[in-house]
Design a protein around this ligand. Structure first.
Ligand code: SF4
Length: 108
């Protein structure tokens, strides 16, 4: 076996590993459950003022904080399973994984 052939085999092996890993990503996401694929960004039907409230408070669909999100915010009101919820201060669909500058810890 030549050195060149071994190199090609190694390249092919690594390429197949990468392809296999990429192919498994959706399955891993599905197994993870949660609200990963949930999008709560549709602001159609909201008034310009309500859209402005979302924007000015920097609402995002996925919080950048590991310990702060809409789900543990006192203003969040859960929707049905794997559905957007609502918020008592920010109108429109709210992702439980979302966040905005009005976040306040849920009282327990
Ligand atoms: S106030 Fe902000 S962080 Fe809290 S639930 Fe509403 S949108 Fe989410």
């Amino acid at each position: 076996m030549s050195k060149e052939t071994l190199g090609r085999r190694e390249v092919l092996k690594r390429a197949l590993t990468v392809v296999g890993s990429v192919a498994l990503l959706p399955a891993i996401g599905a197994c993870g459950g949660g609200e990963e694929g949930l999008s709560c960004t549709d602001t159609a039907g909201l008034s310009p003022a309500d859209v402005a409230t979302r924007t000015s408070n920097a609402y995002v669909d996925h919080s950048q904080f590991s310990d702060k999100n809409c789900l543990n915010c006192q203003f969040y009101q859960a929707g049905a399973s794997n559905q957007c919820g609502t918020c008592t201060v920010v109108r429109g669909p709210i992702n439980p994984e979302g966040y905005c500058n009005l976040w306040a810890a849920k009282q327990s």
